[in-house]
Ligand binder design. Structure first.
Ligand SMILES: Cc1ncc(COP(=O)(O)O)c(C=O)c1O
Length: 483
């Protein structure tokens, strides 16, 4: 007889498994702040050891499987749910959302279409409406939740293509700054555009798209027989957190009859705060906006969203019917997600957001985001005070970039020095930073977005940066020692 579990567990078996999992999850989440910021050293060997695992013919007990996960595989990774994760774009992983995920997977109701689960679909539709209100969209706006920002940006490009171009669209051109996220290029590629139709527009000293260069390029393209149709603005770039001039872009797009899409995957939820709204003035003027709840609303990975001012545009670009499908809704308040998005069957991702927001209240999220804005300002001033440190990009939201620039160091030496600085900070395992290349300059970035990151962790980051800066100064003869 197999030592594993039957496909249909008894209540006792199911409860025992849940209890064991809950115990381990609670212990894991409770110790996130004590776990190293990056446990991935040696993890490739573990991954290789797992390659040979075949699907077993007979099941096995849950204990060793959960041990493999909780004692080996999970610790052997970035602790991106922990407070020290200041790399890339943090998210966090709200535990209430995890509970909602368990509920939605366990009850497994069908939410791709309205008719099979109207009340559940309505909860997700409410979430979309909350987001639309947060960015200042009118009540008539709509949208849907996706698996993430990349898919949401893809649907935005498809909607824009459908609204602004004919089916023969290969002369259509779209515009994004040289700081825009690379998923925009991927979205254009998947939407059928040749790579060369994505025009990369240079950015200014604050890493915002240059409107003069955009206007010139659009005019040149029209003169050459192309059809400009879409401008993609950024409300918080991944590189430096830059927010484009959204008002000026809306004016320009209006004059030129272009669809304006704003990728606010990182920055968008700061619209819940007064300072965020001010930094992203003009956000609501875009035709469509991407927000990533798995970034700025701290949800687990797998929750993105696309908001569209005119939801009929989504229906026109995404709706395809079939006889075997149930009837779709005519009432604009009752949404069939399959009609306005690429997916049919899908997980009930809206429940995560709904549950966490209902339990904690929007004010708690607002407060946490305000705290991140404060922490970024505090952190940038402390970094600035480190000798020979230069701020490459000031925080427009909660992300900034910086580097050591010792007098007399060659560009190559300075880049090497900064890579070493980052490695030494990360080796301390209290925080994890990542870098980027701006022009030919390597800079470190600090992105403060995790709801678990508070002042104590930012102080650790500064302490470690100061100490590492002293060390690399001393270890690089020829460069002035940093005291
Ligand atoms: C500004 C921006 N846009 C889009 C994306 C892509 O989002 P996702 O990773 O959820 O697909 C990211 C990811 O970090 C991002 O920072």
């Amino acid at each position: 007889m197999s030592a594993g579990l039957p496909l249909e567990p008894s209540e006792v078996e199911l409860r025992r498994l849940f209890d064991d999992v809950v115990r381990r999850v609670v212990a894991h989440v409770g110790t996130l702040s004590d776990q190293p910021a990056d446990g991935s050293a040696g993890a490739a060997a573990l991954a290789r050891a797992l390659i040979e695992r075949e699907a077993p013919e007979e099941g096995s007990p849950s204990g060793p499987l959960l041990d493999l996960l909780f004692e080996k595989a999970i610790p052997a990774s970035f602790n991106n749910a922990g407070p020290g994760f200041l790399a890339y774009i943090p998210g966090g992983g709200q535990p209430y959302a995890a509970v909602a995920d368990l509920i939605s997977a366990a009850v497994n109701r069908y939410v791709g279409v309205f008719a099979p689960a109207p009340a559940l679909v309505q909860l997700e539709t409410n979430v979309v409406r909350w987001f639309a209100r947060a960015v200042g969209y009118p009540e008539s706006a709509g949208g849907f939740l996706t698996s993430g920002g990349s898919l949401a940006n893809f649907s935005a490009v498809v909607a824009a293509r459908h609204e602004k171009l004919s089916e023969d669209f290969l002369r259509g051109t779209l515009y994004v700054s040289d700081q825009g996220h690379h998923c925009i290029r991927k979205a254009a590629h998947l939407a059928g555009f040749p790579a060369a139709n994505v025009r990369k527009i240079p950015s200014d000293g604050a890493f915002r798209v240059r409107l003069d260069a955009l206007a010139v390029r659009v005019a040149e393209d029209r003169a050459a027989g192309f059809t400009p149709f879409l401008v993609v603005a950024s409300a918080g770039t991944t590189n430096t957190g830059a927010v484009d001039d959204l008002d000026a872009l809306a004016d320009f797009a209006g004059r030129e009859d272009l669809w304006l899409h704003t990728d606010a995957a990182y920055g968008g939820f700061f619209a819940l705060t007064a300072r965020g709204r001010a930094a992203m003035g003009g956000l609501a003027r875009a035709d469509s906006i991407v927000l990533d709840p798995h970034k700025g609303l701290f949800m687990p990975y797998g929750t993105g969203s696309l908001l569209v001012k005119d939801p009929a545009a989504l229906r026109r670009s995404h709706s395809v019917s079939a006889h075997y499908m149930p009837g779709m809704q005519d009432d604009p308040d009752s949404v069939d997600f399959c009609e306005i998005s690429p997916e049919l069957s899908r997980n009930f991702r809206g429940l995560e957001v709904w549950f966490a927001v209902e339990l904690c209240g929007l004010a708690a999220f607002r407060k946490a985001l305000d705290e991140k804005l404060d922490l970024a300002r505090e952190a940038v001033d402390a970094v600035r005070a480190i000798p020979d440190m230069t701020i490459v990009a000031e925080p427009q939201l909660s992300l900034f970039a910086f580097r050591l620039a010792p007098p007399g160091a060659s560009a190559e030496d300075a880049n090497r020095l900064n890579r070493e600085l980052m490695a030494r900070v990360n080796a301390r395992q209290r925080v994890l930073l990542t870098g980027t290349v701006l022009g030919d300059v390597f800079a470190l970035r600090m992105c403060i977005l995790n709801f678990r990151t508070h002042a104590d962790r930012v102080h650790m980051a500064i302490e470690d940066l100061r100490a590492a800066a002293r060390e690399v100064g001393g270890n690089n003869p020829g460069l002035e020692r940093i005291s």
